[in-house]
Write a protein that binds this ligand. Structure first.
Ligand SMILES: *Cc1c(COP(=O)(O)O)cnc(C)c1O
Length: 467
């Protein structure tokens, strides 16, 4: 078959993990991130075979190159088919032509209408299959500022081998986002409205992972965006876009927060997909954009914006790209990260800026510019997009210098999830998918708790079914 990668930690503490270890572990034990030991390639014959294939088949072809012997080819096909069966569009990820060489890859037709469903639906299937095989159960705990929580709940509701506990900051997620989490009526779904901010929720989750007794007692695990399984699942839609473009070289434009989606495009390129450039778009929290254009990142306070899924100061997945930027030298990477933590400044040496980094371009926008651009897009093209997607399209326009190379901008959320901003920017309300409209009036299930570790751990002990 194919040469299969093993998994290693970017910081050098793990050198021979399996895909199963990486998927179930999430973060490597040395605090680094799992990456494959080699980039598996998609040859032109492989790609010719995939022309005309449907989304689950493209998914199965990509996944088969990453999972070693964790899943058989038959299992992979079954898991891929199941993962995308709940999407609301027959193409799963439709590619629409916006004219002038610009395309929109709509990644918002999953059960919760953000691109997070692409990774979490597949991860949910894989986790369940693995845990059943091992006869184990896990308690998955996560903090959300909006989209991740609902995507994780949709992927894990009613699965026999997991309990899922999602902490959201009370009163600080949108009404649609809250209902998407709290109206799910499944015995293994547990929502907690924390009296605090998103940062409080994240700190609580980190503290639970640091509490070894609690951690082993409830078999704690996470599905946050540092899990390599999520990256792998997101590579698929870049391969898919290439196939839909009849295998022409192209560039991508990606609205970026934790750098997972943009890094997935990089992985597609490393596997042989001819991506000319990866254009990343930031909101006012534009550390990554600065890092790519100047080689330097200093930690700054996060400011709230109208594209809240990208309100992030330190993009956790950047460490994976940095590993390649530094020539896969784990010792150098570990030293660079330690220095970054100590001094709050990250510098990419000048010679390295000419390598991997040169694949990337970047742009950023203020809230005012985002809203203005959403209005312009509606006026000029008649399309309504959410604020995150608008940043990607604008970045594509600002930074694609090759006029004859098509640019694929990824649409990361359905505009109905950000209806208020859309209405302010365009003067009209987006169409609301029936599945979202149906949430209004359903009973909500959640408990409200203060941001207190002992109280929240006690609550999780009481709801988690640990055999
Ligand atoms: C999570 C999210 C992003 C950011 O994606 P990253 O992989 O974290 O860079 C962008 N847009 C939306 C709508 C999201 O939910």
């Amino acid at each position: 078959m194919f040469e299969q990668p093993g998994y290693l930690s970017t910081r050098g503490g793990v050198t021979d993990a399996s895909f199963e270890d990486a998927l179930l572990g999430g973060l490597a034990p040395d605090g680094g991130l799992y990456v494959p030991s080699i980039w598996p390639m998609l040859s032109s014959e492989d790609l010719a075979d995939l022309a005309g294939a449907d989304y689950p088949d493209v998914c199965a072809a990509v996944v088969a190159r990453f999972v070693g012997d964790t899943f058989s080819p038959e299992e992979i096909r079954a898991l891929s088919a199941a993962a995308y069966s709940s999407f609301h569009h027959p193409d799963i990820a439709p590619l629409t032509d916006l004219a002038d060489g610009l395309y929109l890859l709509e990644l918002f037709w999953g059960p919760t209408f953000s691109f997070k469903d692409f990774a979490l639906q597949l991860l949910g299937q894989m986790l369940d299959a693995l845990l059943e095989r091992r006869g184990e159960r896990l308690t998955i705990v996560g903090a959300t500022s909006g989209d991740t929580g609902s995507a994780a709940i949709a992927a894990l509701a009613n699965r026999a081998a997991v309990d899922v506990v999602i902490l959201h900051p009370a009163g600080r997620v949108s009404e649609v986002q809250r209902r998407q989490m709290t109206t799910v009526d499944a015995p293994n779904v547990h929502n907690v409205a924390v009296e605090g901010t998103f940062d409080d929720c994240q700190d609580l989750v980190k503290a639970m992972f640091a509490d070894e007794v609690f951690r082993s007692e409830v078999h704690l695990s996470a599905v946050n965006s540092i899990n390599f399984g999520r990256i792998m699942a997101q590579v698929v839609y870049y391969v898919w876009a290439y196939l839909r473009l009849d295998q022409r070289p192209f560039s991508v434009a990606v609205p970026t927060g934790n750098f997972g989606n943009a890094y997935s495009a990089y992985v597609a390129s490393a596997m042989g997909i001819p991506i000319e450039s990866i254009i990343i778009g930031n909101n006012a929290n534009h550390g990554v954009s600065r890092l790519i254009s100047t080689g330097s990142l200093s930690i700054q306070e996060v400011v709230p914006t109208i594209a809240p899924a990208m309100d992030i100061a330190v993009p956790s997945n950047f460490e994976r790209l940095l590993f390649d930027i530094l020539g896969r030298d784990a010792r150098l990477l570990a030293a660079t990260m330690a220095d970054f933590r100590a001094r709050g400044v990250l510098n990419i040496p000048a010679p390295e800026m000419a390598g991997v980094v040169s694949l990337f371009r970047s742009a950023w926008m203020s809230d005012q510019a985002i809203e203005g651009y959403m209005g312009d897009l509606y006026g000029s093209h008649g399309i309504i997009v959410d604020p995150h997607t608008a940043i990607g399209i604008a970045a594509a326009r600002m930074r694609s210098d090759r006029v004859n190379v098509p640019v694929v901008a990824v649409a990361t959320a359905h505009p109905a999830k950000f209806a208020e901003t859309v209405e302010r920017a365009t003067g009209c309300l987006p169409d609301v998918p029936a599945a979202l409209a149906a949430l209004t009036g359903l009973p909500e299930r959640y408990v409200s708790l203060p941001a207190d570790l002992a109280l929240i751990e006690a609550h999780i002990r009481s709801v988690a079914d640990v055999r």
